[in-house]
Design a protein around this ligand. Structure first.
Ligand code: UD1
Length: 434
Protein backbone atom coordinates (compact mmCIF):
# COMPACT_ATOMS: atom_id res chain seq x y z
CA UNK A 1 0.00 0.00 0.00
CA UNK A 2 1.21 3.50 -0.80
CA UNK A 3 2.51 5.90 1.83
CA UNK A 4 3.56 9.55 1.77
CA UNK A 5 7.03 10.36 3.06
CA UNK A 6 7.18 13.99 4.15
CA UNK A 7 10.25 15.92 5.22
CA UNK A 8 8.68 18.71 7.28
CA UNK A 9 9.59 22.32 7.79
CA UNK A 10 9.44 23.65 4.22
CA UNK A 11 7.54 26.87 3.68
CA UNK A 12 4.84 26.52 0.99
CA UNK A 13 4.96 29.20 -1.70
CA UNK A 14 3.51 29.64 -5.17
CA UNK A 15 0.15 29.29 -6.91
CA UNK A 16 -2.42 26.53 -7.09
CA UNK A 17 -6.00 26.13 -8.38
CA UNK A 18 -8.79 24.35 -6.57
CA UNK A 19 -10.25 21.29 -8.33
CA UNK A 20 -13.93 20.46 -8.86
CA UNK A 21 -15.86 19.33 -5.78
CA UNK A 22 -15.99 15.61 -5.05
CA UNK A 23 -19.11 15.92 -2.90
CA UNK A 24 -20.94 17.81 -5.64
CA UNK A 25 -19.69 15.56 -8.45
CA UNK A 26 -20.99 12.32 -6.87
CA UNK A 27 -24.71 13.28 -6.67
CA UNK A 28 -24.37 15.17 -9.98
CA UNK A 29 -23.21 11.95 -11.64
CA UNK A 30 -26.11 10.04 -10.06
CA UNK A 31 -28.54 12.62 -11.49
CA UNK A 32 -27.68 11.32 -14.97
CA UNK A 33 -29.87 8.29 -14.12
CA UNK A 34 -32.90 10.59 -14.42
CA UNK A 35 -32.76 10.78 -18.23
CA UNK A 36 -31.77 8.65 -21.20
CA UNK A 37 -30.10 11.62 -22.89
CA UNK A 38 -26.39 12.42 -22.33
CA UNK A 39 -25.35 14.55 -19.38
CA UNK A 40 -21.94 16.25 -19.65
CA UNK A 41 -20.14 17.32 -16.47
CA UNK A 42 -17.04 19.52 -16.58
CA UNK A 43 -14.38 19.94 -13.87
CA UNK A 44 -14.99 16.46 -12.47
CA UNK A 45 -11.99 15.62 -10.24
CA UNK A 46 -10.00 12.46 -10.99
CA UNK A 47 -10.43 10.58 -7.70
CA UNK A 48 -10.94 7.04 -6.45
CA UNK A 49 -14.50 7.87 -5.30
CA UNK A 50 -15.35 9.22 -8.76
CA UNK A 51 -14.00 6.06 -10.40
CA UNK A 52 -16.11 3.97 -7.99
CA UNK A 53 -19.18 5.96 -8.95
CA UNK A 54 -18.36 5.42 -12.64
CA UNK A 55 -18.17 1.68 -11.99
CA UNK A 56 -21.50 1.70 -10.18
CA UNK A 57 -23.26 3.74 -12.87
CA UNK A 58 -21.84 1.44 -15.51
CA UNK A 59 -23.44 -1.53 -13.73
CA UNK A 60 -26.74 0.37 -13.67
CA UNK A 61 -26.75 0.80 -17.44
CA UNK A 62 -25.22 4.29 -17.60
CA UNK A 63 -22.21 4.54 -19.88
CA UNK A 64 -19.55 6.89 -18.54
CA UNK A 65 -16.74 8.25 -20.71
CA UNK A 66 -14.19 10.87 -19.74
CA UNK A 67 -12.06 13.11 -21.89
CA UNK A 68 -8.59 12.54 -20.45
CA UNK A 69 -7.22 15.36 -22.53
CA UNK A 70 -8.36 18.93 -22.26
CA UNK A 71 -8.85 20.98 -19.21
CA UNK A 72 -11.09 20.96 -17.30
CA UNK A 73 -11.79 17.23 -17.51
CA UNK A 74 -15.27 16.45 -18.85
CA UNK A 75 -17.28 13.32 -18.15
CA UNK A 76 -20.21 12.23 -20.31
CA UNK A 77 -22.88 10.02 -18.73
CA UNK A 78 -25.47 8.33 -20.90
CA UNK A 79 -28.08 5.78 -19.81
CA UNK A 80 -28.65 3.09 -22.44
CA UNK A 81 -30.08 0.22 -20.40
CA UNK A 82 -32.55 0.58 -17.53
CA UNK A 83 -33.03 -3.13 -16.80
CA UNK A 84 -30.56 -3.50 -13.90
CA UNK A 85 -31.39 -1.40 -10.85
CA UNK A 86 -29.30 -3.11 -8.17
CA UNK A 87 -26.44 -1.18 -6.50
CA UNK A 88 -24.51 -4.11 -5.06
CA UNK A 89 -22.81 -4.31 -1.66
CA UNK A 90 -19.40 -4.80 -3.30
CA UNK A 91 -19.43 -1.21 -4.51
CA UNK A 92 -21.59 0.46 -1.86
CA UNK A 93 -19.28 -0.75 0.91
CA UNK A 94 -16.30 0.99 -0.71
CA UNK A 95 -18.19 4.25 -0.96
CA UNK A 96 -21.17 5.30 1.17
CA UNK A 97 -22.04 8.01 -1.32
CA UNK A 98 -23.31 5.23 -3.63
CA UNK A 99 -26.60 5.72 -1.76
CA UNK A 100 -27.24 8.79 -3.90
CA UNK A 101 -28.29 6.59 -6.84
CA UNK A 102 -31.37 5.56 -4.83
CA UNK A 103 -33.55 8.64 -5.44
CA UNK A 104 -32.81 9.09 -9.16
CA UNK A 105 -33.24 5.39 -9.96
CA UNK A 106 -36.49 5.10 -8.04
CA UNK A 107 -37.92 8.22 -9.72
CA UNK A 108 -37.05 7.22 -13.27
CA UNK A 109 -37.41 3.43 -13.17
CA UNK A 110 -40.07 3.11 -10.51
CA UNK A 111 -37.84 0.73 -8.54
CA UNK A 112 -34.38 0.58 -7.00
CA UNK A 113 -32.42 -1.94 -4.99
CA UNK A 114 -29.46 -0.45 -3.12
CA UNK A 115 -27.29 -2.25 -0.64
CA UNK A 116 -27.61 -0.60 2.76
CA UNK A 117 -24.40 1.33 3.46
CA UNK A 118 -22.82 0.19 6.72
CA UNK A 119 -21.13 2.40 9.30
CA UNK A 120 -17.70 3.76 8.59
CA UNK A 121 -14.68 5.06 10.41
CA UNK A 122 -16.36 8.35 11.29
CA UNK A 123 -19.46 6.84 12.89
CA UNK A 124 -22.70 4.98 12.43
CA UNK A 125 -24.11 6.96 9.51
CA UNK A 126 -27.73 5.80 9.21
CA UNK A 127 -29.96 6.51 6.17
CA UNK A 128 -33.28 6.70 7.99
CA UNK A 129 -33.87 10.29 6.82
CA UNK A 130 -33.35 9.33 3.15
CA UNK A 131 -35.92 6.57 3.57
CA UNK A 132 -38.35 8.76 5.50
CA UNK A 133 -38.23 11.30 2.67
CA UNK A 134 -38.77 8.76 -0.08
CA UNK A 135 -41.62 7.13 1.86
CA UNK A 136 -43.31 10.54 2.12
CA UNK A 137 -43.23 10.63 -1.71
CA UNK A 138 -45.19 7.37 -1.72
CA UNK A 139 -42.32 4.89 -2.07
CA UNK A 140 -42.79 1.46 -0.57
CA UNK A 141 -39.59 0.41 1.12
CA UNK A 142 -38.49 -2.94 2.47
CA UNK A 143 -35.21 -4.47 3.55
CA UNK A 144 -34.03 -7.77 2.14
CA UNK A 145 -30.61 -9.41 2.56
CA UNK A 146 -29.08 -6.08 3.57
CA UNK A 147 -30.54 -4.27 0.57
CA UNK A 148 -33.07 -1.43 0.55
CA UNK A 149 -35.75 -2.25 -2.00
CA UNK A 150 -37.81 0.78 -2.98
CA UNK A 151 -40.76 0.81 -5.36
CA UNK A 152 -43.04 3.56 -6.58
CA UNK A 153 -46.64 2.27 -6.73
CA UNK A 154 -47.91 2.63 -10.29
CA UNK A 155 -44.32 3.47 -11.34
CA UNK A 156 -44.44 7.11 -10.22
CA UNK A 157 -43.79 8.99 -6.97
CA UNK A 158 -46.17 11.68 -5.67
CA UNK A 159 -45.24 15.15 -4.50
CA UNK A 160 -45.53 15.75 -0.74
CA UNK A 161 -44.21 17.85 2.12
CA UNK A 162 -41.13 16.20 3.57
CA UNK A 163 -39.30 17.09 6.79
CA UNK A 164 -35.62 16.11 6.66
CA UNK A 165 -34.26 17.40 10.01
CA UNK A 166 -32.46 14.88 12.22
CA UNK A 167 -30.62 14.89 15.54
CA UNK A 168 -27.44 16.21 13.87
CA UNK A 169 -29.06 18.61 11.45
CA UNK A 170 -30.31 17.81 7.99
CA UNK A 171 -28.78 15.26 5.67
CA UNK A 172 -26.78 16.32 2.61
CA UNK A 173 -27.05 13.19 0.46
CA UNK A 174 -30.57 12.58 1.80
CA UNK A 175 -31.60 16.01 0.52
CA UNK A 176 -29.95 15.25 -2.85
CA UNK A 177 -31.82 11.93 -3.00
CA UNK A 178 -35.26 13.30 -2.16
CA UNK A 179 -34.84 16.41 -4.33
CA UNK A 180 -33.73 14.31 -7.31
CA UNK A 181 -36.58 11.84 -6.80
CA UNK A 182 -39.15 14.64 -6.57
CA UNK A 183 -38.19 16.09 -9.97
CA UNK A 184 -40.18 13.35 -11.76
CA UNK A 185 -42.93 12.96 -9.12
CA UNK A 186 -46.54 13.85 -9.83
CA UNK A 187 -47.26 17.20 -8.16
CA UNK A 188 -45.25 19.51 -5.92
CA UNK A 189 -42.80 18.54 -3.19
CA UNK A 190 -41.62 20.82 -0.40
CA UNK A 191 -38.52 19.72 1.49
CA UNK A 192 -38.47 21.39 4.88
CA UNK A 193 -35.21 21.42 6.86
CA UNK A 194 -33.28 20.64 3.68
CA UNK A 195 -29.48 20.65 3.80
CA UNK A 196 -28.16 24.10 2.77
CA UNK A 197 -24.74 22.92 1.57
CA UNK A 198 -23.57 24.52 -1.71
CA UNK A 199 -23.33 21.03 -3.23
CA UNK A 200 -27.15 20.82 -3.00
CA UNK A 201 -27.53 24.09 -4.89
CA UNK A 202 -25.14 22.71 -7.52
CA UNK A 203 -27.19 19.52 -7.95
CA UNK A 204 -30.34 21.64 -8.29
CA UNK A 205 -28.62 23.78 -10.95
CA UNK A 206 -27.93 20.69 -13.06
CA UNK A 207 -31.44 19.29 -12.51
CA UNK A 208 -32.97 22.61 -13.57
CA UNK A 209 -30.75 22.61 -16.67
CA UNK A 210 -32.21 19.14 -17.36
CA UNK A 211 -35.74 20.56 -17.24
CA UNK A 212 -36.59 20.21 -13.54
CA UNK A 213 -38.44 22.98 -11.68
CA UNK A 214 -36.65 23.47 -8.38
CA UNK A 215 -36.54 26.65 -6.32
CA UNK A 216 -34.94 27.43 -2.96
CA UNK A 217 -32.05 24.93 -3.21
CA UNK A 218 -29.30 26.04 -0.82
CA UNK A 219 -31.91 27.21 1.73
CA UNK A 220 -33.78 25.12 4.34
CA UNK A 221 -36.95 25.02 2.20
CA UNK A 222 -36.71 23.57 -1.30
CA UNK A 223 -39.75 23.41 -3.59
CA UNK A 224 -39.86 21.00 -6.52
CA UNK A 225 -42.65 20.97 -9.08
CA UNK A 226 -42.64 17.54 -10.67
CA UNK A 227 -42.29 17.23 -14.47
CA UNK A 228 -42.96 14.28 -16.80
CA UNK A 229 -39.42 13.88 -18.04
CA UNK A 230 -35.91 15.35 -17.96
CA UNK A 231 -33.46 15.80 -20.81
CA UNK A 232 -29.67 15.95 -21.25
CA UNK A 233 -27.62 18.97 -20.16
CA UNK A 234 -24.09 20.28 -19.62
CA UNK A 235 -22.83 21.57 -16.30
CA UNK A 236 -19.58 22.63 -14.59
CA UNK A 237 -18.99 21.25 -11.09
CA UNK A 238 -18.36 23.91 -8.41
CA UNK A 239 -14.84 24.13 -6.92
CA UNK A 240 -14.17 22.02 -3.84
CA UNK A 241 -14.48 24.12 -0.67
CA UNK A 242 -12.92 21.37 1.41
CA UNK A 243 -9.86 21.14 -0.83
CA UNK A 244 -9.62 24.95 -0.74
CA UNK A 245 -9.78 24.94 3.07
CA UNK A 246 -7.18 22.17 3.28
CA UNK A 247 -4.81 24.19 1.08
CA UNK A 248 -5.39 27.29 3.23
CA UNK A 249 -4.49 25.30 6.35
CA UNK A 250 -1.39 23.92 4.58
CA UNK A 251 -0.20 27.44 3.73
CA UNK A 252 -0.82 28.60 7.30
CA UNK A 253 0.86 25.58 8.94
CA UNK A 254 4.08 26.21 7.10
CA UNK A 255 4.08 30.02 7.54
CA UNK A 256 3.76 30.02 3.78
CA UNK A 257 2.43 32.42 1.20
CA UNK A 258 0.21 30.75 -1.38
CA UNK A 259 -2.02 32.22 -4.06
CA UNK A 260 -5.05 29.92 -4.34
CA UNK A 261 -7.23 30.31 -7.45
CA UNK A 262 -10.87 29.26 -7.89
CA UNK A 263 -11.69 29.46 -4.19
CA UNK A 264 -15.48 29.19 -3.60
CA UNK A 265 -15.17 31.98 -1.04
CA UNK A 266 -18.88 32.66 -0.77
CA UNK A 267 -19.34 29.11 0.57
CA UNK A 268 -16.43 29.40 3.00
CA UNK A 269 -17.28 32.35 5.20
CA UNK A 270 -17.25 30.31 8.43
CA UNK A 271 -13.85 28.86 7.49
CA UNK A 272 -12.37 32.25 6.66
CA UNK A 273 -13.84 33.66 9.90
CA UNK A 274 -12.08 31.03 12.01
CA UNK A 275 -8.79 31.27 10.08
CA UNK A 276 -8.82 35.05 10.48
CA UNK A 277 -9.51 34.78 14.23
CA UNK A 278 -6.49 32.50 14.45
CA UNK A 279 -4.20 34.97 12.68
CA UNK A 280 -4.22 33.55 9.16
CA UNK A 281 -4.50 36.27 6.51
CA UNK A 282 -6.83 35.47 3.59
CA UNK A 283 -6.66 38.27 1.01
CA UNK A 284 -9.21 37.86 -1.79
CA UNK A 285 -8.80 39.62 -5.14
CA UNK A 286 -11.84 41.34 -6.64
CA UNK A 287 -13.85 38.81 -8.66
CA UNK A 288 -17.11 38.76 -10.63
CA UNK A 289 -17.84 35.27 -9.41
CA UNK A 290 -17.93 34.83 -5.59
CA UNK A 291 -17.53 31.07 -6.11
CA UNK A 292 -14.23 31.43 -8.00
CA UNK A 293 -12.03 33.91 -6.18
CA UNK A 294 -8.27 34.15 -6.14
CA UNK A 295 -6.94 34.48 -2.57
CA UNK A 296 -3.46 34.95 -1.12
CA UNK A 297 -3.08 33.05 2.13
CA UNK A 298 -0.32 34.07 4.53
CA UNK A 299 0.11 33.79 8.23
CA UNK A 300 1.07 35.90 11.22
CA UNK A 301 3.94 34.49 13.25
CA UNK A 302 1.92 33.84 16.40
CA UNK A 303 -1.39 32.01 16.04
CA UNK A 304 -4.06 32.84 18.61
CA UNK A 305 -6.09 29.98 20.16
CA UNK A 306 -9.74 29.84 19.07
CA UNK A 307 -12.98 27.86 19.42
CA UNK A 308 -14.25 25.88 16.46
CA UNK A 309 -17.65 24.16 16.39
CA UNK A 310 -18.64 22.16 13.35
CA UNK A 311 -22.20 22.60 12.14
CA UNK A 312 -24.24 22.04 9.01
CA UNK A 313 -23.66 24.72 6.34
CA UNK A 314 -23.24 27.70 6.63
CA UNK A 315 -21.43 26.68 9.84
CA UNK A 316 -17.87 25.41 9.99
CA UNK A 317 -17.75 22.15 7.96
CA UNK A 318 -17.08 18.85 9.68
CA UNK A 319 -14.96 17.90 6.65
CA UNK A 320 -12.37 20.52 7.72
CA UNK A 321 -12.40 19.80 11.46
CA UNK A 322 -9.38 17.46 11.39
CA UNK A 323 -7.27 19.79 9.20
CA UNK A 324 -8.12 22.75 11.45
CA UNK A 325 -7.14 20.73 14.51
CA UNK A 326 -3.70 20.08 13.01
CA UNK A 327 -3.27 23.83 12.58
CA UNK A 328 -4.50 24.58 16.11
CA UNK A 329 -1.73 22.34 17.46
CA UNK A 330 0.61 25.23 16.62
CA UNK A 331 -1.44 28.02 18.23
CA UNK A 332 -0.24 29.83 21.32
CA UNK A 333 -2.63 28.49 23.99
CA UNK A 334 -5.71 26.29 24.40
CA UNK A 335 -8.19 25.94 21.55
CA UNK A 336 -11.51 24.09 21.77
CA UNK A 337 -12.89 21.99 18.94
CA UNK A 338 -16.45 20.65 19.16
CA UNK A 339 -17.89 18.27 16.57
CA UNK A 340 -21.66 18.61 16.17
CA UNK A 341 -22.20 16.71 12.90
CA UNK A 342 -20.30 13.44 13.46
CA UNK A 343 -19.61 13.33 17.23
CA UNK A 344 -17.24 10.33 16.84
CA UNK A 345 -15.10 11.88 14.11
CA UNK A 346 -11.80 12.03 16.01
CA UNK A 347 -9.58 9.33 14.48
CA UNK A 348 -6.84 11.88 13.95
CA UNK A 349 -6.55 12.69 17.68
CA UNK A 350 -4.47 9.65 18.61
CA UNK A 351 -2.30 9.96 15.49
CA UNK A 352 -1.63 13.69 15.95
CA UNK A 353 -0.66 12.91 19.55
CA UNK A 354 2.02 10.55 18.19
CA UNK A 355 3.52 13.64 16.56
CA UNK A 356 3.73 15.56 19.83
CA UNK A 357 0.32 17.26 19.79
CA UNK A 358 -1.34 17.84 23.17
CA UNK A 359 -4.95 16.86 22.76
CA UNK A 360 -7.53 16.05 25.41
CA UNK A 361 -10.83 14.65 24.20
CA UNK A 362 -14.06 14.55 26.18
CA UNK A 363 -16.98 13.25 24.17
CA UNK A 364 -17.46 15.43 21.13
CA UNK A 365 -14.98 18.09 22.31
CA UNK A 366 -11.20 18.23 22.11
CA UNK A 367 -9.03 20.72 23.94
CA UNK A 368 -5.98 21.46 21.81
CA UNK A 369 -3.04 22.81 23.76
CA UNK A 370 -0.66 24.48 21.35
CA UNK A 371 2.90 23.16 21.29
CA UNK A 372 6.12 24.80 20.06
CA UNK A 373 6.44 22.30 17.24
CA UNK A 374 5.35 18.88 16.02
CA UNK A 375 7.72 15.94 15.47
CA UNK A 376 7.70 13.61 12.49
CA UNK A 377 6.45 10.03 13.08
CA UNK A 378 4.89 7.11 11.21
CA UNK A 379 1.11 7.63 11.33
CA UNK A 380 -2.06 6.26 9.79
CA UNK A 381 -5.74 7.14 9.86
CA UNK A 382 -8.63 5.27 8.39
CA UNK A 383 -10.62 8.16 7.03
CA UNK A 384 -10.10 10.70 4.31
CA UNK A 385 -10.04 14.02 6.20
CA UNK A 386 -8.18 12.59 9.22
CA UNK A 387 -5.45 11.49 6.80
CA UNK A 388 -5.35 15.00 5.32
CA UNK A 389 -4.75 16.44 8.80
CA UNK A 390 -1.76 14.11 9.22
CA UNK A 391 -0.26 15.31 5.94
CA UNK A 392 -0.65 18.91 7.14
CA UNK A 393 0.97 18.05 10.46
CA UNK A 394 3.80 16.35 8.55
CA UNK A 395 4.41 19.47 6.46
CA UNK A 396 5.06 21.45 9.65
CA UNK A 397 6.77 18.76 11.76
CA UNK A 398 10.49 18.47 12.37
CA UNK A 399 11.98 15.42 10.62
CA UNK A 400 10.24 12.74 8.58
CA UNK A 401 6.56 11.82 8.76
CA UNK A 402 5.29 8.72 7.00
CA UNK A 403 1.53 8.80 6.39
CA UNK A 404 0.50 5.22 5.73
CA UNK A 405 -2.44 3.94 3.69
CA UNK A 406 -2.88 7.03 1.55
CA UNK A 407 -5.65 5.35 -0.41
CA UNK A 408 -7.94 7.18 1.99
CA UNK A 409 -6.50 10.47 0.74
CA UNK A 410 -6.77 9.37 -2.88
CA UNK A 411 -10.54 9.09 -2.38
CA UNK A 412 -10.81 12.85 -2.03
CA UNK A 413 -7.62 14.66 -3.10
CA UNK A 414 -6.33 14.42 -6.66
CA UNK A 415 -2.56 14.02 -6.82
CA UNK A 416 -2.11 15.70 -3.47
CA UNK A 417 1.61 14.94 -3.23
CA UNK A 418 2.40 16.42 -6.66
CA UNK A 419 0.31 19.50 -5.91
CA UNK A 420 2.02 20.12 -2.56
CA UNK A 421 5.43 19.43 -4.09
CA UNK A 422 4.72 22.08 -6.69
CA UNK A 423 4.35 24.50 -3.74
CA UNK A 424 7.72 23.48 -2.31
CA UNK A 425 6.84 20.62 0.04
CA UNK A 426 9.25 17.69 0.29
CA UNK A 427 6.75 14.87 -0.15
CA UNK A 428 6.98 11.61 -2.09
CA UNK A 429 4.70 8.63 -2.60
CA UNK A 430 6.20 5.20 -2.02
CA UNK A 431 4.59 1.82 -2.30
CA UNK A 432 6.14 0.21 0.74
CA UNK A 433 3.84 0.80 3.65
CA UNK A 434 1.81 -1.40 5.99
C1 UD1 B 1 -22.02 14.36 3.28
C2 UD1 B 1 -20.60 14.43 2.74
C3 UD1 B 1 -19.59 14.26 3.88
C4 UD1 B 1 -19.88 15.28 4.98
C5 UD1 B 1 -21.34 15.21 5.42
C6 UD1 B 1 -21.71 16.29 6.43
C7 UD1 B 1 -20.78 13.54 0.48
C8 UD1 B 1 -20.42 12.48 -0.48
N1 UD1 B 1 -20.41 13.37 1.77
O1 UD1 B 1 -22.21 13.05 3.80
O2 UD1 B 1 -18.29 14.46 3.35
O3 UD1 B 1 -19.05 15.03 6.10
O4 UD1 B 1 -22.21 15.35 4.29
O5 UD1 B 1 -21.46 17.55 5.89
O6 UD1 B 1 -21.36 14.54 0.12
N2 UD1 B 1 -27.88 11.25 9.56
C9 UD1 B 1 -28.94 10.63 10.14
N3 UD1 B 1 -29.84 9.97 9.31
C10 UD1 B 1 -29.73 9.95 7.96
C11 UD1 B 1 -28.62 10.62 7.39
C12 UD1 B 1 -27.73 11.27 8.20
O7 UD1 B 1 -29.08 10.63 11.37
O8 UD1 B 1 -30.56 9.37 7.28
C13 UD1 B 1 -26.88 11.96 10.40
C14 UD1 B 1 -25.45 11.47 10.18
O9 UD1 B 1 -25.14 10.34 10.95
C15 UD1 B 1 -24.65 12.70 10.57
C16 UD1 B 1 -25.54 13.85 10.10
O10 UD1 B 1 -26.85 13.31 10.00
O11 UD1 B 1 -24.53 12.79 11.99
C17 UD1 B 1 -25.12 14.44 8.76
O12 UD1 B 1 -24.99 13.40 7.80
P1 UD1 B 1 -25.24 13.63 6.24
O13 UD1 B 1 -25.44 15.07 5.96
O14 UD1 B 1 -26.30 12.70 5.77
O15 UD1 B 1 -23.87 13.15 5.61
P2 UD1 B 1 -23.69 12.55 4.16
O16 UD1 B 1 -24.68 13.19 3.24
O17 UD1 B 1 -23.63 11.07 4.21
Amino acid sequence: MDAFHIEGGRRLEGEISVNGSKNAALPLMAAALLTNEPVVLRSVPDLADIRNMQKLLDELGCEVSSSESGSPRAVTLHVNDESISHARYDIVRTMRASVCVLGPMLARRGRARVSMPGGCAIGERPIDLHLRGLRALGAQIELDEGDVIATAPGGRLRGATVFLGGPFGSTVLGTANVMSAATLAQGTTVIESAACEPEIADVAALLNAMGARISGAGTPRVTIEGVDQLHGAEHSVIPDRIEAGTLMCAAAMTNGSVQIHDVPLDSMLAVVDRLTALGVVVQPEPSDDPQRVSCRVTCERVLKPIRVTTQPHPGFPTDLQAQMMALLCLADGNSIVTEKVFPERFLHVAELSRMGAELHRQGATVVVTGVRGLRGAPVMASDLRASASLVLAGLAAAGETVVNRVYHLDRGYENLEARLEQLGAAITRRGDSV
